[in-house]
Design a protein around this ligand. Structure first.
Ligand code: ZN
Ligand code: ZN
Length: 122
């Protein structure tokens, strides 16, 4: 399989983590990026392919704005939980619904610049 090259801009702290990981794992920066990208993309693909989806939405920090998103999409997000861990807000909600709604939720969270994760449960 051929390789594609492209330039990306990332947070400096993220770049330092990447270098630390590459060194600890004995791989190259590109290998670590490729691995992480593959994992992250396979999760996000749940939002792209049309299907009835089930998964867990996790949001770190930024209580107010992420709560707004959780309320806006309340029809699809059940069993919301909110914790404070290490001085940081952690919100969890189970998503169940069409992938189009998941796509809108993830795109809103991305727009807020909050840290979030989607864990597929199927
Ligand atoms: Zn899915
Ligand atoms: Zn909180």
């Amino acid at each position: 399989m051929g390789k594609a090259r492209f330039g990306v801009s990332v947070d400096k702290e993220l770049a330092r983590s990447l270098d630390r990981l590459a060194e600890a794992l004995g791989g190259s920066r590109s290998e670590v990026v490729e691995h992480v990208l593959r994992e992250g993309l396979s999760r996000l693909e749940h939002a792209v392919e049309d299907h009835e989806c089930l998964g867990l939405v996790i949001v770190l920090g930024d209580e107010g704005r992420s709560q707004e998103v959780f309320e806006e999409f309340g029809d699809f997000l059940g069993a919301g939980l909110h914790y404070h861990v290490g001085g940081q807000c952690v919100s969890l909600a189970v998503f169940r619904g069409p992938s189009g709604a998941l796509r809108r939720i993830l795109s809103r969270l991305m727009g807020l610049g909050t840290r979030f994760s989607f864990v597929p449960l199927h």
